[in-house]
Design a protein around this ligand. Structure first.
Ligand code: XMP
Length: 513
């Protein structure tokens, strides 16, 4: 297609997509491929640069991910990161060994600012390290460009062959000047011009979907949230009326949300979509009765979702494809990559083994939330929808700790409504990544109008985050919190206590379950 691209070769590290995202931030298209991609495929892709990721193993491990050394002869600049740097050293005749001391976390690194990799970087800079092995000796043709007190080769290069390596992780925020280093690699060393934008993603994805779907019928799982709305509008642009959007009201939505979604995407809204609303509240409540274990709740809600879709698909007849608005953090946090399972997000890990569609299309699978928002704006979706705070697929089901009942749903809906209303009134919503009320499973004693009460405690949560992988607890002004607390205990029956969750992520997660 003649567009500039850098590819990331995945050796099993945690930050693979983050590296790709950082490259895209330089306005250069980037894809992640497995480390054992064939040389022919690489030649076909014609990347302007290749980045080797980190990985969990030692290069000497029996099942280590190792590529052939012919890749270094392609004449394409390569940057090795962490394990990727060790692999480069190992394959080209350097020495990799177990470091006398493992380095984890923020580490002072001395860099040679004469290197093209480190142009504009301070001579001593803070970088994020996470390794047990290290490069003891660089290969013959290489020059050492960075060191720490532990690492004799924290960076090395052979500019004649376009080969560069760093032991630390330039892609994570803790590496203070990491973005400058990556930009140096992408723009100066690989000589990319940086003319790629999100509209290119939209355009390419529309073409890819058209090719895949042909004349087939497509069903889209629309929740009204940012991700599925962007996926739906993208698909509508690609295949028009071949698409039907199904919106399942599972009875776990925020107050009035079902009607709001229908107003935007239904027949009265601005989009010409085939739109079906399924009121399945009773069905979900029944399935959830008596269930308290969070993962089981998530799986039940996820599975029931799919069943409802399948039924709708059968009614429409001959539906081949199911579209989901899965985004990248859902994919890794569900443990489908190599990281541990934190929660099975229902639109990924919670899928039942058998799904009665030919294929699932997840056009946003490789994007982070803020990239999805950019794509949404490119597609002409109004700002107020694009910047909506995220709402999880399993809805209030994971904001009610313990068993879900209709009564508890109403309590959390009403409390959450008050909270959101007061946050908006105070004008602080734009600075918050996500904020909501949850219902704890705890009842405690209170006193109201001289009467003893024994009611639920509502927990309020607000976090600041841009990627939803990590989050800080937000400092909501006390006047706002106390007003919300007051209103909730006065206006919501069944609640006599309001708590504020001060936990960041990690160690907490954003949702409660
Ligand atoms: P956690 O609780 O894992 O949440 O820190 C991170 C972000 O993901 C959202 N979330 C989900 N989204 N299906 C979704 O579509 C899910 O099952 C799900 N669980 C969590 C959560 O609201 C936050 O934005």
């Amino acid at each position: 297609m003649g567009r500039e691209m850098v590819i990331v070769l995945d050796f099993g590290g945690q930050y693979n997509q983050l590296i790709a995202r950082r490259v895209r931030e330089c306005n250069v298209y980037c894809e992640v491929h497995p480390y054992n991609i064939s040389l022919e495929k690489i030649k076909q892709l014609q990347p302007k640069g290749i980045i080797f990721t980190g990985g969990p193993n030692s290069v000497y491990a029996k099942d280590a991910a190792v590529c052939g050394k012919e890749i270094f002869e392609l004449g394409i600049p390569i940057l090795g990161i962490c394990y990727g740097s060790q692999l480069m050293a190992y394959l080209l005749g350097g020495k990799v060994a177990s470091a006398p001391v493992s380095e984890y976390g923020k580490t002072e690194v001395e860099v040679d600012t004469g290197s093209d990799m480190f142009k504009g970087v301070s001579e001593t800079t803070i970088c994020w390290m996470s390794h047990t092995d290290y490069i003891e000796k660089a290969p013959e043709a290489f020059r050492v460009t960075a060191r720490t007190t532990v690492c004799p080769v924290a960076g090395m290069e052979c500019p004649e062959k376009g080969l560069y390596a760093v032991q630390f992780h330039p892609e994570v925020m803790h590496t203070v000047e990491g973005m400058t280093m990556l930009r140096n690699f992408v723009m100066n060393i690989c000589q990319c011009s940086g003319d790629w934008k999100m509209d290119s993603f939209v355009e390419t994805t529309i073409h890819a979907v058209q090719e895949k779907v042909g004349n087939g019928k497509v069903l889209c799982a629309l929740s009204g949230g940012v991700d599925s709305s962007v996926a739906a509008v993208l698909l509508a642009k690609a295949v028009g009326k071949q698409l039907t959007c199904v919106f399942v009201d599972h009875g776990l939505l925020r107050k009035n949300e079902g009607d709001e979604v229908e107003a935007v995407f239904g027949p009265e809204g601005p989009y010409e979509l085939n739109f079906i609303r399924v009121n399945a509240q009773e069905r979900f409540y029944k399935k959830l009765a008596g269930v308290t274990e969070p993962e089981q709740k998530r799986k039940i809600i996820g599975e029931e979702f799919i069943r409802v879709f399948e039924e709708e698909a059968k009614k429409i007849g001959a539906v081949d494809f199911l579209v989901q608005g899965t985004i990248y953090p859902d994919v890794i946090e569900s443990g489908l990559g190599k990281s541990a399972t934190i929660k099975s997000h229902h639109n990924v890990g919670g899928l039942p083994d058998y799904v009665d569609f030919k294929e699932i299309i997840e056009p946003l699978r490789m994007l982070f939330k803020d990239e999805v928002r950019k794509a949404g704006l490119e597609l002409g979706i109004p700002e107020h929808l694009v910047y909506r705070q995220p709402f999880p697929g399993p809805g209030l089901g994971i904001r009610i700790i313990g068993e879900v009942t209709e009564e508890k749903v109403h309590i959390v809906q009403d409390a959450d409504y008050i909270y959101r209303e007061e946050i908006a009134k105070a004008g602080i919503d734009k600075g918050l990544g996500q904020y909501f009320a949850a219902l704890t499973n705890m009842r405690s004693v209170g006193v109201m109008g001289d009467e003893r009460t024994y009611d639920y405690a509502v927990a309020l949560r607000a976090v600041c985050t841009s990627d939803f992988m990590t989050a800080d607890c937000a400092e909501i002004p006390w006047e706002v919190l106390s007003k919300v607390a007051n209103r909730i205990v006065n206006e919501v029956k069944g609640v006599n206590r309001v708590l504020y969750d001060c936990t960041s992520k990690p160690p907490g997660t954003i949702e409660f379950e």
